[in-house]
Design a protein around this ligand. Structure first.
Ligand SMILES: [Zn+2]
Ligand SMILES: [Zn+2]
Ligand SMILES: [Zn+2]
Ligand SMILES: [Zn+2]
Ligand SMILES: [Zn+2]
Ligand SMILES: [Zn+2]
Ligand SMILES: [Zn+2]
Length: 482
């Protein structure tokens, strides 16, 4: 180009003062600026420098600045729209590659050096490269008084959007956007920024440009190039699926649908095959699972799912859990009533104890009487010795009397029952004369050899007679009393 002190190059103008506005201008030509002199080098797609308003312009030509002088005092810059900006750049976009070679300064996708101007509602999607200097997606270097608003660059085309911000006016570098955002209208909305149609140059839809083979925000005057969208592979996120045309337009975007979620697998979209949504509910079996404390239904698909979990309970006192049927206890008779204390089932019969002629047996467990008396077992037998009868008193045989049942027995085993009268032996018949008893008491020989025996017998007889005499007197006396 040239090797003077001020070396400016631009697609529309080299440099414009604040008297001149650049509106609705487009550059499609290649800008190539080189300098070997000590002065500065400025190369812009629209203009090298502008102190005025640049509005509604785009550049699609590549911009190359090659400053081969080693003078480091010089500040070179290049930009897709302007190299240096002291005015206002608004509603512009750049499609041309920016390249700085040699002793590079500041290059930006829209503006190389934004000095004291403003940059609004513009974008750059072309790569920005610098051999030794700063390359930024939007602005290579900012000045003292500047402002930016709604400016965007395509992610990946440069390390960042704002190269050097000496005054740190920008806290974030949130200017990069995806190719889809450039194609689907997201960026376009920001560029229009709520203005009425007559106040901005943007077409109300993104259009395909064969030059970039992408769909982008363009100006109303641009009809776009013929193109038929072709969707690629299905892409998806948690909610939607879509396909993307090579031009970055998103196609067939819709919410996932179909499929059935289970507790272990989310629903599979019948269109794109992606899993989406939440896990489904468990599929509980009908059989009860249980441990010593609880019962529950288990999920047939996963190990964790449980339903209807609850503690065992036996309200009907049948020893089994009313819900799951688990046996919780065994029958027990701790109160010794022969019945299970819980379910009331009969567990045993009265047993043990000994019956006798008076009392039924007493159950060894519960202590109650049961069964029948044993009429042949007498535990209260009294023994009576035989007692000889006399003439004055009846005697008795040896016998046994049961005080419990009142029965008489002739043997100690109490097996031979007799009547009470059977025990009585009659009085001996009273003898008037001793002779009458002689056959009984006298020796068979008819002789009493022992004189002492005779004497004794005589004494007895006398006594009897004497007694009889007394009895007679007594009877007489009683009669007399009458
Ligand atoms: Zn397409
Ligand atoms: Zn889907
Ligand atoms: Zn489950
Ligand atoms: Zn249970
Ligand atoms: Zn029981
Ligand atoms: Zn009993
Ligand atoms: Zn008895």
């Amino acid at each position: 180009m040239n090797n003077g002190w001020y070396n400016y190059a631009g697609g529309i103008a080299a440099s414009v003062s604040n008297q001149t506005k650049i509106k609705n201008c487009y550059n499609k030509g290649e800008i190539l600026a080189t300098s070997t002199g000590r002065g500065c080098l400025k190369a812009g797609g629209i203009a090298g420098a502008a102190e005025s308003e640049v509005f509604g312009c785009y550049n699609s030509g590549s911009v190359t600045a090659n400053y081969s002088n080693e003078n480091t005092d010089s500040v070179t810059s290049s930009g897709g729209i302007l190299a240096d900006c002291d005015g206002t750049v608004s509603d512009c976009y750049n499609l041309g590659r920016i390249t700085m070679l040699g002793n590079s300064g500041y290059s930006g996708g829209l503006v190389g050096w934004l000095r004291n101007g403003s940059l609004q509602r513009s974008y750059n999607v072309a790569p920005v490269q610098s051999e030794t200097g700063v390359a930024a997606g939007l602005v290579g270097r900012t000045g003292v008084e500047f402002s930016v608003e709604n400016i965007y660059y395509l992610s990946g085309i440069a390390p960042n959007g704002m190269g050097v911000d000496f005054n740190r006016k920008l806290n974030t570098d949130d200017f990069d956007r995806s190719a889809l955002a450039f194609a689907d209208g997201t960026i376009l909305t920001k560029l229009i920024d709520g203005r009425s149609d007559s106040d901005h140059p943007w077409a109300n839809e993104c259009r395909y440009l064969a030059f970039t083979a992408t769909t982008l925000p363009v100006f109303k005057v641009q009809s776009g190039d013929a193109h038929t969208h072709v969707g690629g592979e299905w892409q998806s996120d948690g909610e939607n699926h879509w396909r993307v045309c090579a031009c970055n337009v998103v196609l067939e975007k819709a919410a996932h649908s179909g499929g059935t979620a289970t507790c272990v697998k989310k629903a599979e979209c019948t269109i794109c095959g992606a899993e989406y949504g939440d896990f489904g509910s468990h599929s509980f079996g009908t059989e009860w699972n249980m441990d010593s404390q609880k019962h529950w239904h288990r999920c047939l698909l996963c190990a964790e799912g449980r339903s209807d979990e609850g503690a065992h309970e036996d309200r009907n006192n049948d020893h089994d859990c009313d819900v799951c049927g688990k046996t919780l206890s065994e029958c027990a008779d701790n109160n010794s009533d022969h019945k299970c204390d819980l379910c009331g089932q009969q567990l045993s019969e009265h047993s043990g104890g000994t019956a006798n002629c008076k009392e039924k047996p007493k159950c060894e467990l519960c202590g109650e009487e049961y069964g029948e008396i044993d009429p042949n077992f007498h535990t209260n037998l009294k023994h009576f010795e035989e007692k000889a009868a006399t003439e004055t008193a009846e005697g008795n045989i040896e016998y046994w009397y049961c005080a419990d049942c009142g029965k008489y027995f002739s043997n100690s085993a109490a097996t031979e029952e007799i009547s009470e009268s059977d025990t009585v032996t009659e009085k001996l018949p009273a003898e008037e004369k001793p002779q009458k008893t002689e056959p009984k008491t006298s020796p068979k020989t008819g002789e009493v050899a022992d004189p002492f025996l005779w004497a004794a017998l005589l004494f007895v007889f006398c006594g009897v007679l004497t007694g009889a005499g007394i009895l007679c007197k007594s009877q007489k006396k009683k009669r007399a009393d009458k």
